[in-house]
Design a protein around this ligand. Structure first.
Ligand SMILES: Cc1ncc(C[n+]2csc(CCOP(=O)(O)OP(=O)(O)O)c2C)c(N)n1
Length: 361
């Protein structure tokens, strides 16, 4: 019997050079996966909607019209392309930074605004949209994603599941427990680490001594890939193959998508205190929107007028959604007692009486 070979860190590092197909200049570095022209154009359209939503949300927070917001600028490609590869009847388990992924998978933009407005409707996808509750507690949604994928496998469905998290999340116990179960039970889950270089003010180099984050998936015996997270073609190739593996019983995949957060961690911090302007300027050169635009221009799929129209349409979509969100009545301030348990626990009954004394009388 031939012993199974295990890769050493050195081998893994060599293997885990990020897969790249499109250069930052928008030129092909290798063969492109087969994608219809209209799908390529759609990718850019969605990314422009994501960027426009982001810019609007930042300004709304500054005006006090929404609460704390976690920006997505720089990370649109990984979110949009991966979500486009997921089928409507398949499930997504997002974090607080996955607005573009959620939008592509069917979350109404109105509800994406309701979430940072603190409205309960923003924390729950409509019945026909397969998106699990947005996770703010780092990595706590990962065991849930594994459990859901495992249940689907037991039921004999041929569905794939997708979940997202940041580089910092890979230092959490929940991440490791989830990956171990995913590997042992070979669940149909694609886990995407959006390695955006930072976990609040902690740089990637101080987050982990692992040479790459992809190696962490490898450690659990999971098919692991490292991909340029700003390259729509590489992302399409890697994510669509991984989802297909999941659907056809070939088990989980862990993807480290190397990207960059161009904005602050949230509206509550000031990145100028922990990262240099030089770093930001360098990373702006790798902006996925610029890269994709250049590529589409080169292919003759995008004119000046069409590009301008995409930005105009995105502005209108965002403004309409905001109007809808702001027209939804703010719920009674006691709503947060309503959605935790089917029946309130004695402690919560007591707290509710304290909070709404007139009800107790
Ligand atoms: C369990 C838990 N611990 C700490 C926090 C506070 N916190 C919020 S975001 C964050 C950093 C997360 O970084 P990363 O996983 O890289 O994701 P990113 O925000 O960069 O997308 C931390 C520590 C939290 N939300 N949950």
């Amino acid at each position: 019997m031939v012993a199974k070979t295990r890769s050493t860190t050195k081998d893994a590092t060599r293997r885990y050079h990020p897969i790249q197909i499109l250069s930052p200049e928008g030129e092909l570095l290798g063969p492109s996966p087969t994608i219809k022209d209209e799908e390529l154009v759609k990718m850019l359209k969605f990314m422009i909607v994501g960027r426009t939503f982001d810019q609007r949300a930042l300004s709304l927070q500054r005006q006090g019209r929404i609460g704390t917001y976690a920006p997505i600028s720089g990370q649109e490609a990984v979110q949009v392309v991966s979500a486009m590869c997921l089928n409507d009847d398949e499930w997504m388990f997002p974090t607080y930074r996955d607005y573009a992924a959620m939008y592509v998978h069917g979350m109404p933009m109105r509800d994406l605004f309701l979430f940072p407005m603190g409205h309960p409707q923003g924390g729950r996808a409509p019945e026909d949209v397969n998106i699990y509750a947005i996770s703010i507690s780092i990595a706590t949604h990962l065991p849930h994603a594994v459990g859901a994928a495992w249940a689907s496998k037991i039921k004999g469905e041929q569905k794939a599941f997708i979940t997202y998290h940041g580089d910092g999340a890979t230092s959490e116990g929940d991440f490791h427990e989830a990956m171990n179960f995913a590997g042992v039970f070979q669940v149909p889950l694609v886990t995407i680490c959006e390695n955006n270089g930072w976990a609040i003010s902690l740089p990637r180099e101080r987050q982990t001594h692992s040479e790459t984050i992809a190696q962490k998936g490898e450690a659990y015996g999971i098919n692991s890939q490292m991909v340029d997270g700003n390259d729509v073609l590489a992302l399409y190739q890697v994510v669509s193959e991984s989802l297909e593996r999941a659907r056809t019983g070939q088990g989980p995949t862990f993807i480290e998508a190397v990207t960059y957060r161009l904005g602050p961690h949230t509206t509550a911090d000031d990145p100028g205190r922990y990262r240099s302007q030089e770093e930001l300027d360098e990373m702006k050169q790798k902006d996925p929107l610029v890269r994709t635009t250049k590529y589409l221009r080169g292919l003759g799929l995008l004119s000046d007028a069409e590009e301008a129209e995409m930005w105009e349409d995105a502005k209108a979509t965002v403004s309409d959604a905001l109007k809808e969100a702001e027209n939804i009545a703010v719920p009674n301030q006691d709503f947060f007692f309503d959605h935790v348990y089917a029946e309130l626990t004695p402690n919560l009954i007591k707290q509710r009486r304290e909070f709404i004394p007139e009800e107790a009388e």
